[in-house]
Design a protein around this ligand. Structure first.
Ligand code: F6P
Length: 344
């Protein structure tokens, strides 16, 4: 490769819209700025190993509607093992790569900040289905996850109605309950349990019983990071992930027998899990992701290193990594109170 190119990586948990970001960046970069691109395979792993694939116009054709990421992803920490800034700089020089567009969540952006501080030219694109980054109004992938969860709950409600059962739907949301809040409101849930609001089993049972008393088959939505008022930590039975964080999941299965025992209503739990992160992105996410990709290339061209593109209202802007990190976008009390009017 003669000209210096821009390297793109997708890192951390995947979500629908990653490919639309890649396409937006490459298309604008080629058409408007005459730039060249390569893709790193499997997130920071590819950056540390110097594992690249071509990203020409033909490689990104038609991918905006494809789920997942054509580049692959991993939860590799670029500072572990053989990693670190020296190794990464060496790889970039050898491969003729001048800068990086890192598409990822908080872990990815924290690593990107450390690498920026070490002199590597990086711009970030926020990604998380959980919508837990505070420096952007919305992250792409969230809208798709909410739609998938809502569709699933609509289905759970018809089978719940047929059997007169209480249905517990567990959705993603490690630290924040946005997916639960939005899908629960959309599906008309009788209780929405989120990490921001510890709740007693007595209160949950009251909501379930009240829905049943009105002749409804109760639907309870619970985010995986939810804690009962008796719990110190979120429910985890699956060990740790590569960043040493507990793998969550299973709180729905903890709650269902409790609800059944206390109400006498037959109760079933369904964990939606990775279905929420798979498949075709919604139109909203495709548009947002495409705009993020284009804005990331603008940032590269304008040397806005150490900054992440973000959505503010309907405009795309940019914020420093340090301002984007460390503060979670939690569900405000007012949004929870508003949803709670519909409980029971
Ligand atoms: O951060 C996004 C997320 O989907 C969380 O909601 C969830 O806890 C985690 O990723 C699951 O990670 P993995 O795909 O590594 O199991």
């Amino acid at each position: 490769m003669d000209a210096m190119s821009i390297g793109i990586l997708t890192s951390g948990g995947d979500c629908p819209g990653l490919n639309a970001v890649i396409r937006g960046a490459v298309l604008k970069g080629i058409q408007i700025y005459g730039k060249e691109f390569v893709g790193f395979k499997d997130g920071w792993r590819g950056v540390v190993d110097g594992d690249i694939v071509p990203l020409e116009r033909k490689d990104i054709q038609g991918i905006a509607k494809q789920g997942g990421t054509i580049l692959g992803t991993s939860r590799t920490n670029p500072f572990e093992g053989d990693g670190g800034p020296d190794r990464i700089k060496e790889n970039m020089d050898r491969l003729g790569i001048e800068s990086l567009i890192a598409i990822g969540g908080e872990g990815t952006l924290a690593a990107a900040k450390r690498l920026t501080d070490a002199g590597i030219k990086i711009v970030g694109v926020p990604k998380t289905v959980d919508n837990d980054l505070s420096a952007t109004d919305y992250t792409f992938g969230f809208d798709t996850a909410v739609q998938i969860a809502t569709d699933a709950m609509d289905r759970l409600r018809t089978t719940g109605d047929s059997h007169g059962r209480c249905m517990v739907a567990e959705v993603m949301g490690r630290h924040v309950g946005w997916i639960a809040l939005h899908s629960g409101m959309a599906a008309g849930a009788h209780a929405i349990l989120i990490p921001e609001q510890k709740t007693s089993i007595d209160q949950i049972v009251e909501w379930v019983q009240s829905a049943r008393d009105r002749g409804r088959a109760p639907l309870v939505v619970v985010a995986e990071g939810f804690k009962l008022d008796t719990m110190d930590d979120a429910h985890s039975e699956r060990g740790l992930d590569a960043f040493g964080r507990p793998r969550l999941g299973g709180i729905g299965d903890v709650l269902a027998p409790e609800i059944e025992a206390r109400t006498g209503i037959e109760t079933r739990a369904t964990t939606l899990g990775h279905i929420q992160r798979g498949g075709t992105p919604t139109a909203y996410d495709r548009v947002l992701a495409t705009r993020y990709g284009m804005a990331a290339v603008d940032s590269v061209v304008h040397n806005r290193w150490g900054r992440m593109v973000s959505l503010s209202g309907t405009s795309i802007t940019h914020v420093a990594f340090e301002d984007a990190l460390g503060k979670l976008n939690t569900v405000p009390q007012s949004r929870y109170d508003e949803a709670a009017i519909l409980f029971g």
